[in-house]
Design a protein around this ligand. Structure first.
Ligand code: PMP
Length: 423
């Protein structure tokens, strides 16, 4: 191990790993298009888009140019009492894309923070109306981030609520939907949710969920009718609806936003990850004017959140460039082609004894195994096959950059076939 790698191992935390027994890491030297170049010279086709984010690939000329030209003007300036063109252009473009009547944008640092902001908005909205509503209703198997508020609405088992017992806010959980996307709708799916509304609707500030794809909680892809039911129950019980589109937003599921599969609009939408094309950390919480006014007319008279790096101009400028690329619309065809290939090449794996299920939607492909995979071993197999795929638990899944070419994607699906067949 070279000394940099030894230093990394001894001193730097990586996601969800240990300082005493860290998992092996691969040093990436550069990335371009859909390729990651390792320090040892090996080149890997990226199947992960750096966790849903790098939808246009790496080292993109237009995204590079946006940051470089912004850098000459200013890297950052506080957003309190100041505004700037990068934020204004980004928010104009964003509001053009999100379904109406979403029209007020709060920019923050990361997906988790966008969720914290959404939860705080919902709490302050009800406070503003003079009503105490202190609980959230959410779904088992959900994932919304690692900060405390976000964690309190994640699946209690997956996010290990037990580690933080006594410190986490207590919320209500309904069963996760079982009806699969593209298959028959089973009305019983909403029973648990209806019961939760009946029992807790009066104290519930908002429902929060990931539309259509429950990501880090299990990569489950569910029926749009469930979302429509959630919307109508929220209307019936006068509860706000928060759609966490941090992972699903910006085309990943084949629609610009996953809510569009159900034709519904939430009261608050959380966005992140692909917002900047995966270049920088930036998130947005977009609400209706009704929510924004409810907050602003309350006793606090303002929304109590304001991060130091709010609306960072570099991040806004690259996000604006990324949305402009999406607006050209090529992603629709790209995602459709990815879906077709993933479906063709991954579906046959269903028949292997080690495989429990295969699911594909848009540019997302999931192979669920019966048993958790040994991560370091499987990771090394993928790297040796020339692809970057990072499994978790029982899930081997990919969500490649939209620009991936057919032969590159076939390399990814081939590697999955080889690895899964060997397990
Ligand atoms: N919500 C969802 C649906 C996510 O998938 C994630 C990240 N995986 C988050 C929120 C948190 O985002 P971040 O990691 O940027 O804080």
């Amino acid at each position: 191990m070279n000394s940099d790698m030894a230093f990394d191992r001894a001193h730097i935390w990586h996601p969800y790993t240990s300082m005493t027994h860290p998992q092996p890491c691969y040093e990436v030297e550069s990335a371009s298009g859909v390729e990651l170049r390792l320090k040892d010279g090996r080149i890997l086709v990226d199947g992960m888009s750096s966790w849903w984010a790098a939808v246009h690939g790496y080292n993109h000329p237009l995204l590079n140019e946006a940051i470089q030209s912004q850098l000459k003007k200013m890297a950052h300036v506080m957003f309190g009492g100041i505004t700037h063109a990068p934020a204004i252009s980004l928010c104009r473009e964003l509001l053009d894309l999100v379904p109406s009547p979403l029209e007020c944008v709060f920019l923050s640092d990361s997906g988790s923070v966008s969720v914290e902001v959404a939860l705080k908005m919902a709490l302050q909205y009800w406070r503003g109306k003079g009503t105490e509503r202190k609980r959230f209703l959410t779904l088992a198997r959900g994932y919304h981030g690692d900060t405390f508020g976000a964690m309190s609405v994640c699946d209690p088992v997956n996010s290990m609520h037990s580690l933080y017992q006594g410190y986490l806010p207590l919320n209500h959980f309904a069963k996760a939907p079982e009806s699969r996307f593209g298959e028959a709708w089973n009305e019983n799916d909403v029973e648990s949710l209806e019961k939760a509304f009946k029992e807790h609707g009066h104290e519930t500030a908002a429902v929060i969920l990931e539309p259509i794809v429950q990501g880090a909680g299990g990569m489950r892809i569910y029926h749009p009718e469930y979302l429509r039911k959630v919307r109508s129950l929220c209307d019936e019980y006068n509860v706000l609806m928060i759609a966490d589109e941090v992972a699903t937003g910006f085309g990943r599921t084949g629609k610009m936003f996953a809510c569009e599969h159900a034709g519904i609009t939430p009261d608050i939408m959380c966005l992140g990850k692909a917002l900047t094309g995966g270049y920088m950390t930036l998130a947005a919480t977009v609400s209706t004017r009704k929510v924004a006014e409810g907050i602003s007319n309350g006793s606090a008279k303002c929304f109590m959140h304001g991060p130091t790096f709010m609306a960072n101009p570099l991040a806004c400028s690259v996000a604006h460039a990324s949305l402009k690329i999406l607006k050209q619309g090529e992603w629709k065809e790209q995602v459709k082609n990815i879906e077709k290939i993933l479906f063709e090449k991954l579906s046959p794996l269903k028949f292997l004894p080690s495989v429990k299920d295969v699911r594909v939607l848009g540019a997302i492909g999931v192979v669920e195994m019966h048993e958790p995979v040994d991560l370091p071993t499987v990771q090394e197999m993928f790297v040796n096959d020339g692809v970057w795929i990072r499994p978790f638990g029982k899930l081997i899944y990919v969500m490649p950059p939209y620009i991936i070419k057919e032969e590159e994607l076939l390399k990814v699906t081939h590697a999955i076939n080889i690895v899964v067949s060997a397990l």
